[in-house]
Design a protein. Structure first.
Length: 288
């Protein structure tokens, strides 16, 4: 189901991750499971125009040329079975240096061409930590390619080493600055495209085949261009998963919004507390 890397490979991946804030895991997922997960994603996408029952955690969002699906692990058995496997969590834990790893949630991106035939909606430069309900350095994302991802099909791009240089939380794409000009503590995202062109920042990117994966540090700045490949055969499908290591604590950016997130209020986690309960299952390591 999941590729097992030699200790030497994991040490090399860990060193690269520590330096750049991101690392690729080639061939992590076996083809059989790529096919099964992709089929589950396609089934979930069919629910986009149907009313969702109140007890269903799965949610779907849309933009022109892009669809997102959240929390399949709560409602789709095949996805749950795969994501809660210890052999999937182990290489993540060893690379980020945590003794235990809990699962948080999944977020699937389906990028296709827009309805006008132009590039579909991409993902602007951002880092994840500012929007996260939890905070910590051992809070990685595992991005897994279900279809090919390349220059035409919305491959991920990263600003090398940005996990070590960002002086705070960047404003997330959906977080609008106060209209009155007052500060809210967020930093405006710089023009990273211009900085890369000027040579002051270094870009890292990989073409990925189905089954390849990428581990992303929560502070690493990243984004994706809109899909220019067009039709269904050129779509880019990837599932991103969030994981919680030893140093992670409940420190929400917005308290009210955090209480509406799946599982937070039901779990009864105190401010500054560790994730716990059925919504944050321990997948690898021992309970601390």
């Amino acid at each position: 189901m999941v590729k097992r890397y030699a200790d030497a490979e994991l040490h090399q991946m860990q060193a690269f991750y520590n330096e750049h804030g991101v690392v690729r895991l080639p061939g992590l997922i076996e083809p059989e499971w790529v096919d099964r997960i992709l089929a589950s994603i396609d089934e979930a996408a069919l629910l986009a125009d149907q009313p969702q029952p109140p007890d269903r955690d799965l949610s779907i969002g849309r933009a022109d040329g892009r669809m997102t699906i959240r929390y399949m692990w709560r409602n789709v058995p095949t996805v749950r079975e795969f994501l809660l496997r210890p052999d999937l969590a182990e290489p993540i834990a060893r690379i980020v240096g945590t003794k235990s790893l809990r699962f948080w949630f999944d977020l699937t991106f389906i990028h296709s061409g827009s309805s006008t035939g132009e590039a579909g909606a991409g993902t602007p430069w951002h880092h994840d930590i500012g929007a996260f309900t939890f905070k910590g350095d051992q809070l990685p994302s595992l991005w897994m390619a279900m279809t090919p991802s390349d220059a035409q099909r919305s491959r991920l791009e990263f600003i090398s080493g940005s996990h070590k240089t960002v002086p705070g939380f960047y404003r997330t794409p959906d977080n609008v600055a106060p209209a009155d000009g007052s500060g809210d503590g967020f930093l405006e995202v710089p023009d990273f495209d211009a900085m890369v062109a000027a040579g002051t920042e270094k870009l890292i990117t990989w073409d990925c085949a189905p089954g390849d994966a990428i581990i992303i540090h929560p502070y690493t700045v990243h984004g994706a261009r809109g899909n220019t490949a067009g039709d269904k055969h050129g779509r880019r499908v990837a599932i991103t998963t969030r994981w919680l290591g030893d140093d992670v604590r409940f420190l929400p950016t917005y308290w009210g919004k955090s209480q509406k997130a799946v599982g937070i209020a039901k779990s009864g986690i105190a401010m500054g507390g560790r994730p716990q309960g059925e919504y944050f299952p321990l997948v690898w390591g021992e309970r601390g």
